[in-house]
Design a protein around this ligand. Structure first.
Ligand code: AMP
Length: 193
């Protein structure tokens, strides 16, 4: 089993790279942002709860997010591994993920962080906003809040896995294939062990 965390600020290309990783490595992709948008689109109680936080660019509370993630992992008992995209975003989420995988006799093998500077991110997200239909992609103030939330609340997760010797930094700027090559180098090395 190979369990990976695809990490990085909003707009760093996690979704794009995750799609390529699924194709190459056959892992199950779990994006908590996508799951929340699905719930919102269906007006479920979970979606309605998440909506107010997402609209402001803030994090949905850990209890809600962790419960949703756990259900999704449990729904794939035969998975050969997972790519976690946009999760964990806080230390309690990381601790919950480690505990969940530990219960299944598994663990996180690597966190791969895509590095990208703030202005590049803002431009990318604004461009994505032209077609994504996401309200949080169409307002520069909300985009900058999301970047700030990432810095304050999410970057400690890099250090959390770094302390376990699992964090890898990748330059997230360049051609999609070039970035994918950098990610693949990390994953291939992991799988060769
Ligand atoms: P994303 O699609 O990953 O950019 O996520 C969009 C929004 O969904 C975020 O700004 C948060 O409001 C919410 N969200 C996604 N993943 C998480 C998470 N792991 N913890 C808390 N909130 C999340």
């Amino acid at each position: 089993m190979t369990n990976l965390i695809l990490f990085g600020p909003p707009g760093s290309g996690k979704g794009t790279q995750a799609a390529k990783m699924i194709e190459k490595y056959g892992l199950v992709h779990i994006s908590t942002g996508d799951l929340f948008r699905y719930e919102m689109g269906n007006n479920t109680p979970l979606g309605l709860e998440a909506k107010s936080y997402m609209a402001k660019g803030e994090l949905v509370p850990d209890s809600v997010t962790i419960g949703m993630l756990r259900n999704k992992v449990d729904a794939h008992p035969d998975a050969g591994g997972f790519i976690f995209d946009g999760f964990p975003r806080t230390i309690p989420q990381a601790e919950a993920l480690d505990a969940l995988l530990d219960d299944k006799g598994s663990s996180i093998h690597a966190l791969i962080a895509l590095q990208c500077d703030d202005e590049e991110i803002v431009q990318r997200i604004k461009k994505r906003g032209e077609t994504s239909g996401r309200p949080d992609d169409n307002d520069e103030h909300i985009i900058r809040t999301r970047i700030q939330v990432y810095k304050n609340e999410t970057t400690p997760v890099f250090d959390f896995y770094d302390a376990q010797g699992k964090s890898h930094s990748i330059v997230g700027i360049g051609e999609i294939e070039e970035i994918f090559g950098r990610i693949s180098a990390v994953v291939d090395q992991l799988q060769a062990k």
